[in-house]
Design a protein around this ligand. Structure first.
Ligand SMILES: Cc1cc2nc3c(=O)[nH]c(=O)nc-3n(C[C@H](O)[C@H](O)[C@H](O)COP(=O)(O)OP(=O)(O)OC[C@H]3O[C@@H](n4cnc5c(N)ncnc54)[C@H](O)[C@@H]3O)c2cc1C
Length: 413
């Protein structure tokens, strides 16, 4: 078949990989230049540990407290937007224990499925994307966070995800080269990490070498639908016809899906990262500073810090106050590490595609026979990318999906 994939982030590219592997002619249509999207500068963590969705009890009160601090990790830009209001209402409705309990098995299954795909890719692909299985350390400084994280560890262990509670000394033993100042931590042994820009750039080259076509700087504006199918796509100045169409447009998916009269609630959650190079004494295990919500990932002899979640709509401005929040947190956890405030030009930002219930959208939709939607992976798109790509290819190949896709139904709102 001739398949058109809209969006060249981790989800679109992974989908292109599995579809081209199963013999289809694939075209990726991307509005940008494939040089610096949300899938490039992220923290590179592959996180089967993250089985609790963002919409969870306690998130709303925490979010409200953070709203009043300009350096805090979370912010919602107040604006008169129907999409934001309805998204906020859905988030509020889903921030319940019942929703969390229902979502955990689904997220766990998708995460483990995707990690297994990374293990295969690390063996199969002809380039090294620095896949390492060193786990993830969740670090805390306060008693309150210690209690919360102990509960997360208990839930994880109950669901078969190994989580070990460590004292400050045990944390330090895992990091012989960097002094750590914490009350303790939880170690998730099953997590992994990669260097995302190496993976994405390598994948693009590999796909091009394997006859996947790329239309870059080409924005899909509209669709022509007839007989229950997408007959053509208007992109740039041209129309294109495909047997199957995949929408993998990240934070832009809500607006694009509207062109097809589909309700796919989505908000962009902006985050920042910066990377320090030539680090002589580097961190070994990717870590999250829990109170500061900052992710830290070693990538070769560089070290990347990422964080913040600003619900600001599709907005590419860089708020240096929030970057300062990330920088200020570093000496609190790594007291001997001196990190200067980066200049604005070296700060990367990305827009995480956030669904209101914290679960991605993966599947077909009623009424349009040749469309698959794959988006809304929020903070876990890199982690869940290859798994999602394989699932989309199973749908298009009319095979039974490897995991239950019901929790990710596109038309659940
Ligand atoms: C600071 C930060 C740290 C993160 N850390 C991690 C991490 O450690 N682990 C993890 O799993 N995830 C992480 N994430 C999240 C992860 O980066 C995202 O979930 C992921 O990149 C989303 O991928 P995507 O393909 O859905 O969207 P994108 O990468 O945004 O790709 C969508 C593409 O669609 C294109 N597009 C949109 N509309 C159109 C149109 N109309 N026509 C043509 N093209 C269009 C866009 O230009 C874009 O390139 C992090 C994110 C941030 C911001």
């Amino acid at each position: 078949m001739n398949v058109g994939i809209i969006g060249g982030g981790i989800i679109g590219l992974s989908t292109a990989y599995y579809l081209s592997k199963s013999g289809h002619e694939v075209t990726v249509i991307e509005q940008g230049d494939l040089k610096d999207g949300c899938s490039f500068g992220n923290a590179g963590m592959i996180v089967p540990s993250h089985i609790i969705p963002l919409a969870a009890p306690g998130m709303i009160s925490k979010g409200i407290r953070w709203m009043f601090d300009s350096t805090s990790p979370f912010y919602v830009k107040p604006r008169l937007s129907w999409e934001l209001l309805t998204w906020g209402y859905q988030f509020y409705k889903h921030a319940t224990t019942r929703h969390v309990v229902r979502s955990i098995p689904a997220l766990k299954e998708l995460s483990l499925f995707s990690k297994a795909r990374y293990q295969e890719l690390a063996r199969e692909l002809p380039f090294d994307f620095e896949y390492h299985e060193r786990g993830l350390l969740m670090l805390y400084k306060t008693k309150e966070t210690e209690h919360e994280e102990a509960e997360t560890a208990r839930v994880a262990n109950d669901h078969g995800i190994e989580a070990r509670i460590l004292s400050a000394e045990e944390v330090q033993q895992l990091e012989p080269d960097v002094k750590i100042n914490v009350r303790g931590g939880v170690y998730f042994a099953g997590d992994a990490h990669i260097t995302p820009q190496t993976f994405i750039n390598g994948l693009i080259t590999f796909l091009k070498d394997n006859n996947v076509k790329f239309l870059t700087n080409t924005s899909v504006r509209n669709f022509s639908v007839g007989n229950g199918k997408i007959q053509s796509i208007t992109a740039g100045d041209n129309n294109y016809a495909f047997d199957e169409v995949v929408i993998a447009t990240g934070s832009w998916s809500g607006a694009l899906a509207k062109q097809l009269n589909l309700n796919v609630p989505m908000q962009a959650g902006k985050g920042y990262s910066f990377t320090i190079s030539d680090v002589k004494k580097n961190v070994r295990v990717p870590s999250i500073f829990l109170e500061a919500r900052v992710a830290v990932t070693p990538m070769g002899n560089t070290l990347r810090f990422g964080g913040t979640m600003e619900i600001t709509g599709v907005d590419h401005s860089v708020n240096m106050e929030r970057v300062k929040g990330i920088v200020n947190s570093i000496p609190q956890y790594y007291p001997e590490m001196k990190v200067e405030m980066p200049v604005r030009e070296s700060v990367w930002h990305g827009l995480r595609p956030c669904s209101p219930d914290g679960l991605p959208y993966i599947g077909r939709v009623k009424g349009i026979k040749n469309l698959v939607v794959a988006t809304g992976h929020a903070m876990m798109g890199l982690s869940l990318g290859p798994g999602t790509g394989q699932l989309v290819s199973e749908l298009i190949n009319q095979q039974k999906a490897s995991i239950d896709l019901q929790p990710f139904a596109v038309d659940r709102y």
